[in-house]
Design a protein around this ligand. Structure first.
Ligand SMILES: *Cc1c(COP(=O)(O)O)cnc(C)c1O
Length: 478
């Protein structure tokens, strides 16, 4: 039986590890406190291992294989310290084919937006200063004219995100009063945005009308009383009802809201400015269509189909937008200078539709030719064949998803690279984990026992890095 006490005594002290040459060498480039923490954690982890095998009486004979020398532990501590020194938030390769991926930062930005953001971040700027008059200005002015121009609205205000936009619109227009919503539109978007909850938080009282699948104009009309403050129409962006259903159109709701002299608020969610049907995507209401139909306030995200930075945009009636801007909470929900810069640059691309489709990554990825995807997949498959062997790699037809709660029914035909190593003892989940934990991390689909790469969401210039990352992960695990 191994002598666990002497194993524990053999563990070097923290000071001893810090005096190892590799640790001293690293002291020059990394903060001492990171190396100290790493040394402590490495020693603790070995103490745990020894105590664990002691408890089970070392069935696998691990105690004979432990290298507890200061040099070995210092080596591990240096690796750990390097990991701690790296940034937590870092770029990765999205090979999943999900274009708007909320967990992966939603959408990549157009390069003009990236440049504008970096430019503004680096120095001073006229965020709230009018260069015309030399007086104090508003950060909203940089965006309002463009937004009105693109959507046909009278006024616009931009907040932190669309949840904030819906919240502030309701709080401004309806706090302490009633807002009428169809039961079929009481949706949940992502983890924590649910219409009933956001409504309660805003101080407005929810009045549900109709049924899950059918709501008529007369249902809205029947509940209006002196406490009614507004009608709310929510775009059910992330799910789709088929069959025996009916929803009241924006046009019809405008007729009722004008008759009752109550504002109609429309939460459009994804923020579509181009006609998706032109690009073989399912039909979706555009912002400008709701403006033209006469909705009083329209809210949408900056970082879904719009393809810009995280923001929540409200366009609509001047008097209502101006009330929203002067709400005390507006400051708590305001956007920062980098967002203003990135959003302005993104919106400017929409002044020329062809340029928007070419340069805004979300539109570019959604409209890319299948032939191009096939060619990219072919190249990738070639490189992978060299690594895994020809019999393990195959091109297959498949489907990419728009994601982000936009176009839930869209099936984008794509060409996938499917890797299914034929060798014995090969663990695909193990390789997926290695890829996820690599540098850069690679996110892909795992289907049964195959790795699935969709080149639709792999950015230009990332192919080589991806191939190298896969090579490293594969060699590491075998
Ligand atoms: C996505 C979405 C939201 C939330 O928008 P964020 O910008 O993520 O806050 C709200 N409403 C609808 C209909 C949405 O699709």
């Amino acid at each position: 039986m191994p002598d666990y006490q002497s194993l524990l005594r053999e563990l070097p002290a923290v000071d001893r590890l810090l005096r190892e040459p590799q640790m001293e060498e690293k002291m020059r480039s990394l903060p001492r406190r990171l190396l100290l923490q790493a040394a402590q954690e490495t020693i603790s982890s070995y103490r745990r291992i020894i105590n664990d095998i002691k408890r089970q009486d070392d069935p696998h004979g691990i105690s004979n294989q432990l290298d507890l020398s200061p040099a070995a532990l210092a080596g591990e501590a240096v690796c750990l310290a390097e990991k701690k020194a790296g940034l937590n938030l870092r770029p990765l390769i999205n090979a999943s084919g999900v274009v708007i991926h909320t967990n992966l930062g939603r959408v990549p930005l157009a390069s003009t937006a990236v440049e504008a953001m970096a430019d503004i971040a680096q120095g001073y700027n006229n965020l709230e200063f009018s260069l015309e008059s030399g007086e104090r200005g508003s950060r909203q002015e940089h965006l309002e004219t463009l937004l009105c121009d693109l959507t046909g609205a009278e006024a616009a205000v931009v907040l932190n995100n669309n949840a904030a936009a819906v919240f502030l619109a309701l709080n401004t227009v309806a706090a302490g009063r009633e807002v009428v919503v169809s039961r079929g539109q009481l949706v949940e978007i992502g983890g924590s945005f649910r219409i009933p909850e956001i409504m309660a938080a805003s101080g407005a009282r929810l009045v549900e009308v109709g049924t899950t699948n059918k709501t008529y104009l007369r249902d809205y009309e029947a509940v209006v009383n002196e406490n009614t403050a507004a009608f709310l129409k929510v775009h059910t962006s992330n799910y789709h009802m088929v069959g025996f259903t009916s929803e009241v159109s924006t046009t019809d709701m405008v007729v009722l809201s004008r008759e009752k002299k109550l504002p109609l608020i429309e939460d459009l969610g994804s923020g579509v400015l181009l006609d998706p049907v032109r690009y073989n995507l399912p039909s979706e209401p555009r912002i400008q269509d709701s403006v033209a139909a006469g909705a009083d306030l329209i809210t949408f995200s900056g970082d879904k189909m719009l393809g810009g930075p995280q923001a929540g945009i409200i366009v609509g009636r001047k008097d209502l937008v101006s009330l929203i801007r002067s709400n005390q909470l507006a400051r708590a929900l305001r956007i920062d200078k980098c967002t203003v810069a990135g959003l302005e640059a993104t919106l400017r691309l929409y002044l020329d539709e062809d340029r928007a489709v070419k340069e805004i990554p979300v539109w570019n990825m959604l409209t890319v030719d299948l032939e191009i995807l096939r060619r990219r997949a072919d190249n990738l498959a070639d490189s992978f064949s060299g690594l895994f062997g020809r019999g393990s790699v195959e091109l297959v037809e498949g489907i990419s998803k728009v994601g982000g709660g936009a176009f839930p029914t869209a099936q984008l035909p794509t060409c996938l690279v499917m890797v299914r190593p034929v060798e014995d003892n090969f663990s695909t989940p193990e390789l997926v984990k290695k890829l996820r934990q690599g540098n850069p991390p690679v996110i892909l689909r795992l289907q049964q026992d195959s790795l699935i790469f969709d080149t639709r969401t792999i950015m230009e210039g990332q192919e080589e890095v991806l191939i190298e990352a896969v090579r490293r992960a594969y060699l590491q695990k075998s």
